[in-house]
Design a binder for this molecule. Structure first.
Ligand SMILES: Cc1cc2nc3c(=O)[nH]c(=O)nc-3n(C[C@H](O)[C@H](O)[C@H](O)COP(=O)(O)OP(=O)(O)OC[C@H]3O[C@@H](n4cnc5c(N)ncnc54)[C@H](O)[C@@H]3O)c2cc1C
Length: 488
């Protein structure tokens, strides 16, 4: 390490190198607390050139100490929920905290070029007086970065209609694991928007690769029109089943709301307690439906959906077209994570997807698992996408074995998800959290094919290693450096 520290001290200032244990403590977890791991070193480059040099220094070090290979990982805001931004073994964390420039907004071509550390909500703040916005809106958007959104292919409440991050990234500047710069998609090396020819879309391959291919440093984003009119409807029901069936009916009948979200019983209780929203005790589920578009069409759609809602005998219905009231109705969904703190000091959130028609089966199965392990479960759902977030609310000081029970329940949740033809993650990625469950869904051959693709970008296996794939497979790559064995 001395050698490496000496090397980077040649081009980084002391305030760009964090090695004090108190500083490093802040980087031990992301937003999930179950997989803490000590970082050795956190580096804060100011420029892409410095970032490249850090990676080159890692190579210099590895050339001298091949048995103790150093690796690196990019860290955005650390709001990830699958352990992706946590350093394992010999990883140096490269913080993107100083890459916060919005470089260019081109309203005519409806694109924006931003540095990877720009916070999602900051971009829309700048755009607020235009008619355009960056559509992906994760609930963490006040903190998470565009680079993190790209790496996790983040979703959000309005992604049901507008699509997840991959549909909004047009190109990028990228530093590969040799520290070399490359430009992909519709961004050329002069940082100009240049609509790409019909070739292999490399930038789409990078979106969702969880930092294992290298580091995105500048990102060219598609901007889309801000809908001119909206209607937000919030309906509360005495049964989660009614809520689930309503979701299916809305989609089956061909409606495409901008958002279609639900929260279940314990989540409603927490939210009610936190914000005094006035739901009566018999409310077991709440649905939020947001429609947007051309005003005339919107009203017609609203009337038809309202009929569907009424057919399930809601306990209460509220709706608004007013921007301030809208935020109040959204509180039941957007305020959920914070409200959980009213019930328990810790919160462990899961992310799984099942076919929409199987949401009721999934909720039933989750309830059984929570009962079996005596865990307090609250579900919030991007219901339109079949994306369920079960949350376990817990206090390890009161129940010392609770984390162990959560790990056991996690395994059964994954089995349940796969048995319902679902998939492991809708938006939070695999990271550390779900890597050991990959084998439930993918054959070794599938995973080895994915690793071969990874190898094209990171032949040294030093960009965020030991993530996504089961450790057994990661270790094979570590040992052999190349993936020859997988190519037969
Ligand atoms: C309260 C709360 C609500 C959330 N709601 C949502 C939601 O609605 N939808 C959703 O999708 N997610 C949600 N998340 C999860 C999280 O916010 C997203 O995954 C987000 O995209 C992570 O961004 P970040 O900047 O915090 O990334 P980090 O956590 O710092 O990193 C995540 C991964 O991205 C990689 N990475 C970061 N920057 C780069 C880069 N420049 N180049 C290459 N790799 C990089 C890291 O190595 C890591 O693997 C939520 C989290 C919280 C705490």
């Amino acid at each position: 390490m001395e050698f490496f520290l000496h090397d980077i001290a040649g081009f980084l200032d002391q305030d760009q190198i964090l090695d004090d244990p108190t500083d490093l403590k802040l980087y031990e977890t992301d937003a999930t607390s179950l997989f803490p791991s000590k970082a050795k070193l956190v580096l804060l480059p100011n420029t892409v050139e410095e970032l490249s040099k850090i990676i080159q220094s890692i190579h210099n070090y590895n050339d001298t100490k091949p048995a103790h290979k150093l690796s690196f990982l990019a860290r955005g805001a650390g709001t990830g929920l699958s352990g992706g931004a946590i350093a394992r073994s010999h990883s140096v964390i490269i913080s993107m905290a100083r890459f916060t420039k919005i470089i260019n907004i081109d309203l005519e071509n409806e694109v924006a070029l931003v540095e990877a550390g720009v916070v999602n909500a900051s971009l829309n703040k700048i755009l607020k007086d235009s008619s355009l916005h960056f559509a992906p809106d994760p609930s963490s958007q006040q903190a998470c970065t565009i680079g993190g959104n790209l790496a996790e292919n983040a979703g959000g409440v309005h992604c049901f209609k507008y699509g997840v991050t991959s549909e909004h990234v047009l190109g990028m500047e990228f530093v590969n694991s040799d520290g070399e710069l490359a430009y992909f998609g519709a961004l050329n090396e002069n940082l100009e928007f240049e609509p790409s020819a019909a070739d292999i879309d490399i930038s789409s391959l990078i979106v969702g690769s969880e930092g294992t291919f290298g580091i995105a440093t500048k990102i060219l984003l598609k901007l889309t029109p801000i809908p001119q009119s909206f209607i937000t409807i919030q309906a509360a029901f005495a049964s989660t089943q009614s809520c689930g069936k309503l979701v299916s009916d809305i989609v089956k009948q061909g409606f495409k709301p901008a958002a279609l979200e639900t929260v279940d019983n314990n989540a409603v209780k927490a939210i009610n307690a936190a914000y005094n929203l006035g739901f009566s005790d018999d409310v077991k589920a709440v649905i939020l439906i947001e429609l947007d578009g051309e005003p005339g069409e919107l009203q017609r759609e609203r009337n038809q959906i309202k009929e569907l809602i009424d057919s399930y005998s809601p306990v209460s219905v509220a709706e608004t077209q007013d921007a301030v009231e809208r935020l109040k109705l959204w509180k039941v969904r957007k305020g959920a994570a914070a409200a959980f703190g009213k019930i328990a000091p810790y919160w462990y959130l899961y992310d799984l997807v099942v076919p929409r028609s199987k949401i009721p089966n999934a909720l039933h199965g989750l309830e059984k698992i929570a009962d079996k392990y005596k865990l307090l479960l609250a579900n919030i759902l991007h219901a339109g996408d079949g994306n369920i977030h079960p949350n376990f609310l817990y206090d390890p000081d009161k129940e010392p074995d609770v984390v162990d029970r959560i790990h056991k329940a996690s395994h059964e949740i994954m089995e349940l998800c796969v048995s319902l033809d679902g998939t492991l993650s809708g938006e939070h990625g695999i990271g550390i959290e779900k890597q050991e469950y990959m084998s439930e869904l993918f054959s070794d051959m599938d995973m080895k094919k994915m690793l071969m693709l990874r190898e094209v970008f990171d032949p040294h296996y030093i960009s965020n290693p030991d993530k996504i794939f089961p450790i057994r497979i990661c270790r094979e790559c570590h040992r052999d450096y190349d993936l020859e064995q997988f190519k037969s």
